[in-house]
Design a protein around this ligand. Structure first.
Ligand code: SF4
Ligand code: MG
Length: 277
């Protein structure tokens, strides 16, 4: 990885030499592109950015970026990112992943990351399916989706509501973007990264292989109303009327973040002093 120079960084400078292996038309290409544009807009030095992921198609993103990255264990990206942010609060910590990784295997980490409200940006590429493992229903799949051999009669289970769960659990920034709207997505990425607290950017990112019908999202997405987003009650009302395809800012408020204690026995500072690290 090259380090900071006086020359402004371009979006392409944030890309690694590894080429994505996603299927043609996969929404994740647009998310990767928007993320590099957002980083370039913010002119974040590459060595100050760490991108953490779990497992899944979208969790490959750290390999495609020329920042620091950690491609970890299924569902545990937020746990790893929390530890990293506690030890290195100076870093911009981004977490990338999908709906299965984040809301099923990692669901409990998601709730508690929202509660802690540490300054981490969580970008979830939701395609309502497990893509990497060949198309099983995920927590955000509709109960009557019958196209998986694992659930030929549908899941029969109500869908997980990421934005509503994040609001209830204490996330201080919640927004939804669509991979087919690169400009809107880039704007929200910049906004989410700048937000000083736990930011959930819920991205509708179509899986063209196992959910080809999601191509119709292009005609179906629409904007949330633009009323104030600082009031959690108003945000809850906005989500009550949400059909899952509304885009834009849902809630943003500056509230205190959890920080690790610095002066107590066993604190990070004491460990660093003891081991001279
Ligand atoms: Fe994208 Fe779906 Fe292919 Fe995975 S399986 S790369 S999510 S289109
Ligand atoms: Mg998925």
């Amino acid at each position: 990885m090259s380090t900071a120079t006086d020359t402004p960084l371009r979006a392409v400078d944030y890309k690694s030499e590894i080429k994505p292996i996603w299927c043609p038309g996969c929404g994740h290409y647009a998310v990767l592109s928007a993320l590099t544009k957002a980083l370039a807009y913010l002119q974040l030095p590459k060595e100050d950015v760490a991108v953490v992921s779990g497992i899944g198609c979208s969790s490959r993103i750290p390999a495609y970026l020329d920042t620091y990255g950690f491609h970890g264990v299924h569902g545990r990206a937020l746990a790893a990112a929390t530890g990293l942010k506690a030890a290195r609060p100076d870093l911009t910590v981004l977490v990338t992943g999908g709906d299965g990784d984040g809301f099923s295997i990692g669901g409990n980490h998601f709730l508690h990351a929202c509660r802690r409200n540490m300054d981490i940006t969580y970008i979830v590429m939701d395609n309502r399916v497990y893509g990497m493992t060949k198309g099983q229903a995920s927590p955000t799949t509709a109960p009557d989706w019958t196209h998986s051999k694992m659930t030929p009669h549908g899941t029969g289970v109500r869908r997980f509501q990421p934005a509503a769960m994040a609001l209830a659990a204490g996330a201080s920034y919640i927004a939804r973007a669509y991979a087919g709207d690169p400009k809107g997505m880039t704007r929200l990425l910049v906004d989410a990264i700048r937000h000083p607290g736990f930011a959930l950017l819920h991205v509708l990112s179509a899986c063209t292989t196992f959910r080809p019908e999601q191509k119709a999202w292009k005609q179906q997405v629409h904007a949330f109303d633009s009323a104030t987003s600082h009031d959690p009650v108003a945000a809850a009302a906005r989500l009550q009327a949400d059909d899952g395809l509304s885009l834009g800012l849902i809630y943003a408020e500056e509230v205190p973040s959890w920080k690790p204690p610095t002066d107590e026995p066993g604190s990070l500072r004491q460990i660093e002093e003891e081991f001279a690290i």
